[in-house]
Design a protein around this ligand. Structure first.
Ligand code: SF4
Ligand code: SF4
Ligand code: SF4
Length: 252
C-alpha cells in the first residue's frame, strides 16, 4: 500500500497541539510506519515542499507571510486539516477583536510601533479547510482516532453531540447545580468532558455545537450571570463562529 505523505505546519500559537501529537508516542510511531512525514519543523529534519496527501496546520495566520504560506500549503495538499482551536476557530487570541488587538499592541510596544500582524482569524478565513480537529489542545484519543481513520482512508467524523453528553456519561455532578457557569450544553463534544470532570467549567474550546439552541442557552446564562459575563464567556472561543455572530450581530 502506498504511504500517505503528510506535512505538519505551525503558525502563531503555543505549539501545544503538536505536543499532543508527540505525546501519542507508540501510536505516533505506528503512524510514522504507515505514512511518510515529509515536512514537520517541530520533530523532523525533512523539509519536502509537496505535493502532500494530508497537511495539518496548527496556529492562526497573522502576517502576510503566514497567509502566503497557508495558500501554498493548500495548493500543495489534497486534504488540509485545521489542527487545534487556533487554526480551527482563531483561538483565544481572536476573542480580542480587531480594535482591542491594535490597541493592545500600542499599549505594549508604544504608539509608534508599526505591526506586521493582523487580528487572528481561523484558517478557513483564508483557505478552504477539509477537516477540523478542534480543542485547546486537541484531545489525544480524538487525535489518535482521527489519524487511524485517515490512514484507513476513512473520513473522520465530527462530533455532533455536546460536551454534556460525555459529562453525564461520566456521572459528573453538573456545575450549574453549584451555581457555576459552563458552556458544555452548546460546545461540540470529543474531549470526554475534560474540564467538568476536574470540577472546571467548559470554556468552549471545541467550538460551538452545530444545531445547538444557542439563543435559549444565552438567555438562561444571562438570567443567572448577567449580560456582560455571558458575552465574555461566549466570546472566548466562539467569536469567529456564525453562532456567536447570530447572538451578537452588532459585534465587530
Ligand atoms: S489550540 Fe491551544 S494548545 Fe493548540 S496551539 Fe493553539 S493555543 Fe496551543
Ligand atoms: S457540568 Fe457542564 S458539561 Fe457537565 S452536564 Fe453540567 S453543563 Fe454539561
Ligand atoms: S470541557 Fe470544554 S473547554 Fe474543556 S477541553 Fe472540553 S471543550 Fe474544551
Amino acid at each position: 500500500m502506498k504511504k500517505l505523505k503528510i506535512a505538519i505546519f505551525d503558525l502563531t500559537d503555543c505549539e501545544g497541539c503538536e505536543l499532543e501529537l508527540i505525546n501519542l508516542r507508540e501510536k505516533l510511531a505506528k503512524v510514522a510506519e504507515q505514512t511518510d512525514i515529509a515536512n514537520w519543523r517541530f520533530a523532523s529534519h525533512n523539509h519536502d515542499l509537496g505535493p502532500f496527501d494530508i497537511t495539518f496546520i496548527e496556529g492562526s495566520p497573522i502576517t502576510e507571510g503566514d497567509i502566503e504560506a497557508v495558500k501554498q500549503a493548500r495548493a500543495a495538499s489534497r486534504l488540509v486539516v485545521a489542527l487545534g482551536s487556533c487554526a480551527d476557530l482563531g483561538g483565544l487570541q481572536a476573542s480580542l477583536g480587531a480594535k482591542a488587538w491594535t490597541q493592545g499592541l500600542k499599549e505594549v510596544y508604544g504608539e509608534k510601533y508599526q505591526t506586521k500582524s493582523k487580528p487572528p482569524k481561523p484558517l478557513s478565513y483564508y483557505i478552504d479547510v477539509d477537516l477540523h480537529l478542534p480543542g485547546c489542545p486537541v484531545n489525544q484519543n480524538e487525535l489518535a482516532n482521527f489519524l487511524s481513520s485517515l490512514i484507513m482512508t476513512k473520513r473522520p467524523e465530527e462530533a455532533r453531540f455536546p460536551v454534556c453528553l460525555e459529562c453525564k456519561a461520566k456521572e459528573n455532578s453538573c456545575l450549574f447545580l453549584a451555581g457555576k457557569p459552563c458552556l458544555g450544553p452548546i460546545t461540540k463534544g470529543g474531549c470526554q468532558a475534560a474540564c467538568p470532570s476536574r470540577g472546571l467549567q467548559c470554556w468552549g474550546c471545541f467550538g460551538a455545537l452545530r444545531g445547538g439552541n444557542h439563543h435559549a442557552f444565552k438567555s438562561n446564562l444571562e438570567k443567572k450571570f448577567g449580560q456582560e459575563k455571558t458575552k465574555s464567556l461566549l466570546k472566548n472561543f466562539f467569536s469567529n463562529q456564525e453562532e456567536f455572530k447570530s447572538l451578537y450581530p452588532r459585534e465587530e
